[in-house]
Design a binder for this molecule. Structure first.
Ligand code: SF4
Ligand code: SF4
Length: 378
């Protein structure tokens, strides 16, 4: 059976427009009852990685969260909560100033904190056999994944599959990077995580996406699109097509298919728009952006990697600090999950931190967490 992905044009975050577009999309997929039962506890999981201005396209836009809340409430879903394990601060703190917190309160949606959690065993995992899951994730009946269309230094893109990494509680996310130390293995544990949580539905906010130095320091790009469905791999694959990136270059797509989470293959995806079924080519013609700044470089083969193990590090992508942008705040040093830190201040804070690339595992947590767009990857 094919995975269905709804692709709809939405040219702004005007609330009524977002609401009516989401309404159309959910109707095209058979309505909420296809995915959720009325009495179930439902947790909304937007991307709330860090507190920023909404216009920077770092977080899922409040209008998208509001549209989904409104539609669920109208259909009689009452047990709603919303949260994320943010890189810095609590979900409530990240929402402050965006209007999201007030909106959720007005609709009677509980804002939940992901800081508390416990280890959940997952013996059937291919790569990860346990996860430290946030308490609200464990306590919910159903999760709705409200992801953002962005680039990512480690996995090239972040969308439906990657957004669930925020279900891991607080500092345990950083620890995960030291356990799963390359894009491939990290992607495999993300697929295990998705299979454990089994989100019921996914919405990708691609109205204004982020390209370049994502997922927090890139540039907002208008893509004018909302993607909906229940296969996060298929949604991520459609996103790849729209930005002219071969879906096979994204490890979460490849492992998502081989490990049985979903499909990235065009022939196995049924694309639905308001005019009925459309082909991928038609979708790309309508919504595609060949200038979207995403890493399209091919990786070297595993065989090449094996023969050039030490030498290879010289060619690997690495983070570096743009000195005149650095405010010496130290967030990057705190974010580094490596024991003894792979970047540190030398002689106090007179100069930006300095990398020790021999220690660095290229997780790019420092680049993700820098609040001043001072870390780039090359
Ligand atoms: S987080 Fe960014 S601004 Fe702060 S010290 Fe690190 S590089 Fe500099
Ligand atoms: S220096 Fe940055 S990329 Fe390297 S291990 Fe630390 S956080 Fe990860």
């Amino acid at each position: 059976m094919k995975s269905e992905v709804v692709i709809l044009s939405c040219e702004s975050y005007e609330e009524e427009l977002v609401y009516s577009t989401l309404k159309k999309g959910i109707a095209l997929l058979g309505g909420w009852e296809t995915f959720l039962k009325k009495e179930e506890k439902i947790l909304l999981k937007p991307n709330l990685v860090r507190k920023t201005e909404v216009e920077r396209a770092v977080i899922t836009h409040p209008a998208v969260v509001k549209g989904i809340v409104r539609l669920l409430k109208e259909e009689g879903y009452v047990h709603l909560s919303c949260g994320d394990s943010c890189g810095v601060g609590s979900a409530k703190k990240v929402m402050e100033g965006t209007g999201m917190d007030q909106m959720l309160e007005d609709y009677g949606v509980t804002i939940v904190d992901f800081n508390e959690g416990s280890t959940v065993s997952y013996p059937q995992g291919h790569t990860a056999k346990e996860f430290f899951l946030a308490k609200p994730v464990q306590e919910t009946d159903a999760l709705i994944n409200l992801c953002k269309m962005k680039t990512h230094a480690l996995e090239r893109v972040t969308g439906g599959v990657k957004n669930l990494y925020g279900c891991i509680s607080g500092l345990h996310k950083a620890k995960g990077h030291t356990q799963y130390t390359n894009a491939d293995i990290f992607a495999r544990q993300l697929i295990d995580l998705n299979q454990l949580i089994a989100p019921r539905f996914c919405v990708m906010d691609g109205i204004v996406a982020m390209d370049g130095n994502g997922p927090t320091s890139g540039d907002p790009v208008k893509m004018n699109v909302l993607l909906l469905g229940n296969d996060p791999v298929a949604i991520d694959s459609v996103y790849c097509h729209l930005v002219h990136l071969d879906p096979q270059m994204v490890p979460t797509n490849v492992h998502g298919e081989t490990m049985g989470l979903g499909t990235w293959r065009e022939e196995n995806i049924r694309l639905l728009s308001e005019d009925g079924e459309i082909t991928m080519q038609e979708a790309v013609e309508r919504f595609g952006n060949p200038d979207f700044n995403v890493d399209r470089k091919k990786q070297r083969s595993n065989l090449w990697n094996r023969f050039n193990n030490g030498f290879l590090r010289y060619f690997q992508k690495k983070p570096y600090i743009v000195t005149d942008k650095c405010k010496k705040c130290g967030v990057c040093v705190e974010a580094c999950p490596v024991e003894g830190k792979a970047l540190q201040f030398k002689n106090g804070r007179k100069q930006p931190p300095v990398y020790n690339y021999h220690k660095c595992i290229r997780c790019f947590c420092c680049q993700e967490m820098c609040p001043h767009k001072a870390i780039q990857v090359k």
